[in-house]
Design a protein around this ligand. Sequence first.
Ligand code: TEU
Ligand code: CA
Length: 538
Amino acid sequence: MEWWKDAVIYQIYPRSFQDSNGDGIGDIPGIISRLDYLAELGIGALWLCPVYQSPNADNGYDVSDYRTINPEYGTMADMERLIREARRRGIRIIMDLVINHTSTEHHWFRWGREKGSPYGDYYYWSRGDGDGGLPNNWTGFFGGDCWEFDVERCEYYLHLFGKEQADLNYHNPAVLEEVKDIMRFWLDKGVAGFRCDVINILWKDSLASSKRRAALTGLEHYLSLEGTHKILRQLRQVLDEYDAFSVGEAVFVTPSMAQDLCGRDRRELDAVLTFEHMECDQYLVKWLKRKFRPKAFFDCLIQWQQELDWNTIYLENHDQPRSIPRFGSRKYWKKSGKLLAVLLLTLRGTPFLYQGEEIGMTGFDFTRIRQVNDVESRNVNRILTNLHVPAKLRWRMIARTSRDNARTPFQWSSGPQGGFTTGRPWLGVNHNCAKVNLADQRQDPDSIWSWYRDLCALRKSSDVLRRGSFQPLEATKQVFAYRRELEGESLTMVLNFSDKPAQTGERGQLVRSNYPRRGFDGTLQPWEAVILGEGGLT
Ligand code: TEU
Ligand code: CA
């Protein structure tokens, strides 16, 4: 039963969602205390970022034990209660499956150092290039190289991410069996499926040096190879035992590569979360920002909407800067926040709503390293400093791109620490929480939050929005218009992504506008979104 084609999936970054015990760190009891809020918003499933045992080198994406809960977040009993309490409210739980790598604190790694250990080749170990150099010229996702010398084993190990995140070696069949057991452990607890972390780079075909000269040298030796597809088909067999859902985070894929990962007939993943639409405001890499290009954004969304059997739609997550002002406008904060909500909740596919997006949370103005926690941002700050990039430019780059923009605590109220904690938060609360917070918006029928709740209800009641076709109508530098249709009923969305009024030829019965309106004559106000019906909903 494809429930995930009807649900809005809400992503929680547990560390920053709700603290329940005053230690300044969000936790599972805190999430449980907010389940009624999530049910009122109208979401159907929660994607929980990792809560497993972890030394937090990458805030949980460095797992040291997949079967225990990080005590900072609570206990296994808390986790079982969350699954139970969520299901009581009709909300499914999806866990984050991080299986490209483990923490170097994982017992597989620690014991794998010892000669003759059964875990000796659970990872990629190498003596190097023979004269003291690194095994190859690959570079990692967090900048820098991706080999670390282990003094105990006197060999290098591969880490495509942080040096505390050692890549698992799937050439060893025992590794895949371990992963299947971990999946069954959580599926037996009643989770509904998994968001699979960087899932299309699992299989490395060789450790040979790369001929690429662009960022991420070595990519050709592990990007979406047949070996990975074989692994995904095996994981799918486990998921099918439980009728469970899987969405894979897939890096550097085109629509056709994505279709190979999640096409109906592929028996691999049900859906993917991809990045092309997130690259319309950068040169080459995300740290080299450029002015957002709405037309390129629309053209990319249209291509993905048309080429995949089923899509996901996201504008924010724990790795991305906030969508206001990135895709919206600080000047038209409320209007653009509502417009982005229409985009997220009316395109064809499963919407992924990230914590805080529903109240228009914005980025943080980082100016010094003590405000920054993210391992990737700290690496980049070090690299830029070593390259003598002036501090002003360096901090402008970090403030625009750092993943910490999305990881500042949820702003529940205008009270101390935004109502997130009674203690000292692990990461600073955004200074604008007096203006941007849930408590105020929940009382305000005109707020961004009220608009999200209304749109989630509209989507839930509309077969057209949940299952209808997608047809592009307009994609200019300002205006994006498209139609959703099912069995003779249609809804047309027209979005003005600019500070200026715009014209459109689309007409219809006005279903919604983020401006007070009685009818629609084709003129769109700045950042106006309209939904027009043909025999549709009112
Ligand atoms: O991210 C994988 C990924 O490629 C990027 O999203 C990454 O965060 C970085 O921004 C590349 O520039 C996943 C998780 O979402 C991320 O939080 C983890 O840090 C990463 O994998 C490693 O597990
Ligand atoms: Ca806590």
